[in-house]
Design a binder for this molecule. Structure first.
Ligand SMILES: Cc1cc2nc3c(=O)[nH]c(=O)nc-3n(C[C@H](O)[C@H](O)[C@H](O)COP(=O)(O)OP(=O)(O)OC[C@H]3O[C@@H](n4cnc5c(N)ncnc54)[C@H](O)[C@@H]3O)c2cc1C
Length: 504
């Protein structure tokens, strides 16, 4: 489903309802009793901008706001040791344009729209295309260390990675950003859970009511940025919005991704987008030994996906998300990615092997296909036939007549030794649905009106992707839209002139 949810109640109706003070009154799907639960806090502190969440989005927003002269507070529900949500666990790839030319920006935009089958948010995709490279350069100015742009198989977008490389750089990168913020006076309040937004008489968002060990505290602000991440860790939300069985999937991401920001925004009248069905989640087939980093995403396109019946089940050239979703429907939800000695030399495959070796996860190897079949627990005759049929269909690196067809990266599997990434099972990485925002990262009502003082960005904001995304697209979104949210929030009662960001 690609439409807004809960279109029946707008923000003004909601605020009017609150004014009635009717504890149990419900308007449509919004439960006023829930929103009215918390009393005014006895403690309060005033800032220009309050950001909720210390992932890449939150840190980009906080630094951008601070650089624009705002007094900034960041609220984080977990301890300093556990900070960073999905960002901390991420591979660290950020999708960027190959250079600053208009042609490169157009290619990036087209790649994004193609990957979401034309159903992703075109305006936001355009913002990312226009600003990704600039935002990455800005991130470097904030102290983050990133590699040079690298090729992403099958796309024209490039990606940079937090140094020293995939699945290694995020914790340190985020620590650097937190250090930069606090050194310049920004405050981070750990073990402080944002519970609800505070609305002023005009209907604008004027702060966050949060709880810590001492009880409730009101963090008053000219503007609030929600950067709380997605809802992959909220089993009930997955079951309700994605699939009745989605709660059984392995979770690759952070348990902190419980959709808190989505609920707070909705209670303030914001709409949600792209919440429905499997099109709203990112799934990858990963090693159960390490569900976060045990993801051979760079290899998938070159290999053959094989299920427990010894058969192919997907066009592997579509990439690792398509493979992950297809793996969900295979017997036992367990699959293998099979390749041979020649395919092993492809850079994406070699990189994934290195990654697995670094994690201490063995790659299955065998001298014959029959031996490989035994090791990955599939019928030998079936696997031999699958591979023979596939090899016969390969022509010019394509296999349009194979079952299923493979549109690109089709190579014969015939040179011993034979290998497999195995076992791999589907795990949920991130969620694509969330708060509806515009190009300024303002949270929107159902009729498209911006809620004054409320910004949202990163994984908690929805609509940019549909069904699939290009590796690196989410962190690009967090960085670009988080930075915009911070810049915009800082202008809510502009402490410095609009558009003038202080360089540090
Ligand atoms: C294993 C894995 C690998 C990935 N690799 C990549 C990759 O290489 N490239 C890419 O583009 N994407 C990748 N992703 C996706 C990407 O990491 C996330 O989409 C992105 O990091 C989300 O960032 P965020 O800042 O929006 O949210 P998060 O990073 O999840 O941060 C949200 C923060 O908000 C805090 N929070 C939540 N609720 C509250 C509350 N009520 N009060 C206070 N604090 C709260 C959380 O504790 C958390 O610290 C990966 C995801 C996973 C799980």
């Amino acid at each position: 489903m690609k439409k807004d949810q809960f279109g029946s109640v707008n923000r003004r109706q909601f605020i009017r309802g609150l004014g009635l003070g009717a504890g149990l009154l419900t308007l449509g799907k919004i439960d006023l009793a829930q929103a009215a639960l918390l009393p005014k806090a006895k403690r309060s502190e005033k800032f220009n901008v309050v950001v909720i969440g210390t992932g890449l989005t939150g840190m980009a927003a906080a630094l951008a706001a601070q650089n624009a002269g705002a007094k900034v507070a960041v609220l984080e529900k977990v301890s300093e040791k556990e900070v960073g949500g999905n960002s901390r666990l991420a591979g660290g790839l950020i999708a960027v344009t190959r250079d600053g030319s208009q042609a490169a920006k157009d290619e990036y935009y087209e790649d994004f729209m193609k990957k979401s089958s034309g159903k992703g948010n075109a305006a936001l995709s355009r913002v990312l295309a226009n600003q990704s490279l600039d935002a990455v350069n800005w991130l470097k100015e904030q102290g983050a260390e990133l590699t040079d742009p690298m090729t992403v198989a099958g796309y024209r977008v490039k990606s940079v990675v937090f140094k020293p490389g995939a699945y290694k750089g995020m914790p340190k990168g985020l620590e650097t950003l937190r250090g930069k913020l606090t050194k310049k006076g920004g405050k981070i309040f750990y073990e402080t859970k944002a519970k609800q937004l505070i609305l002023g008489e005009s209907g604008a968002v004027i702060g966050v009511r949060a709880s810590d060990a001492a009880g409730l505290k009101d963090y008053l602000a000219d503007a609030v940025v929600i950067a709380t991440g997605g809802y992959g860790g909220n089993r009930e939300m997955l079951e309700t919005f994605v699939d009745p069985n989605a709660d059984e999937m392995m979770l690759r991401g952070a348990k902190t991704a419980t959709g808190d920001g989505l609920h707070m925004a909705r209670e303030a009248g914001a709409m949600w987008v792209n919440m429905g069905g499997m099109a709203s989640v990112h799934v990858a087939a990963v090693s159960p030994k390490n569900t976060a980093a045990g993801n051979p995403f760079m290899a998938v396109a070159y290999t053959l996906g094989i299920n427990k019946d010894g058969k192919r089940y997907v066009d592997e050239s579509l990439g690792y998300v398509a493979n992950g979703k297809a793996a969900m429907k295979q017997p036992g939800q367990t699959v293998a990615l099979v390749f041979d000695e020649e395919i092993k030399k492809k850079p994406g495959v070699a990189a994934s092997i290195k990654q697995f070796e670094g994690l201490g996860i063995d790659i299955v190897q065998a001298d014959t296909i029959g031996e490989l079949a035994a090791k990955i627990g599939v019928p030998a005759a079936s696997l031999e036939k699958t591979i023979a049929d596939f090899n016969a269909a390969v022509k010019d690196e394509k296999a349009p007549d194979a079952q299923p067809a493979k549109a690109a990266f089709a190579y014969k599997v015939s040179a011993p030794k034979f290998y497999a990434f195995y076992p791999l099972s589907p795990g949920i990485t991130l969620t694509f649905g969330g708060i509806r925002i515009n190009e300024k990262a303002q949270a929107l009502e159902a009729d498209g009106k911006a809620i004054p003082g409320l910004y949202a960005a990163g994984e908690c904001a929805g609509g940019l992707y549909y069904e699939d995304y290009i590796g690196g697209a989410s962190l690009a979104n967090c960085l670009v839209m988080g930075r915009i949210a911070g810049q915009q929030a800082a202008t809510a009662k502009a402490p410095v002139k609009k558009g003038k960001e202080k360089k540090n």
